[in-house]
Design a protein. Structure first.
Length: 121
């Protein structure tokens, strides 16, 4: 198991594009591929970005989008699967072609925020 995790980590590092080329266009291309490797990478990149931001406790103050530094950026329910996250991001990318040039991690965050806003406690 430990060797598998090391191998997966190495593969992700090798196949992760630079920030300049990792746009929403790049992600949508991977996610709409018929190649099983690309589809696995699609889910991995989306789930990694979505959960990494959520677990990292990142919050953003953005008055235009009503984000507050007091609350997390978004709150993914426990029963949501990684395939659902992929579907949400693909829908967001298709609905916002004018934003697809943006870094994919920002677009994943925007899609999650639109779908799973945190409720004030």
């Amino acid at each position: 198991m430990h060797r598998l995790l090391i191998l997966l980590t190495v593969l992700v590092v090798l196949y992760t594009p630079s920030k300049a080329s990792a746009s929403g266009n790049w992600l949508l291309n991977i996610c709409e591929s018929n190649n099983p490797t690309n589809l696995g990478m699609c889910i991995g990149f989306i789930a990694g970005a979505a959960h990494g931001i959520e677990f990292g406790g990142i919050s953003v103050a953005d008055p235009a989008k009503r984000r507050s530094p007091t609350y997390p950026m978004y709150c993914i329910p426990e029963n949501v699967t990684n395939v659902q996250l992929r579907d949400i991001v693909i829908r967001f990318l298709r609905q916002h072609p004018e934003q697809r040039h943006v870094w994919y991690i920002q677009l994943v965050a925007d899609a999650m925020w639109a779908s799973f806003p945190c409720r004030p406690r």
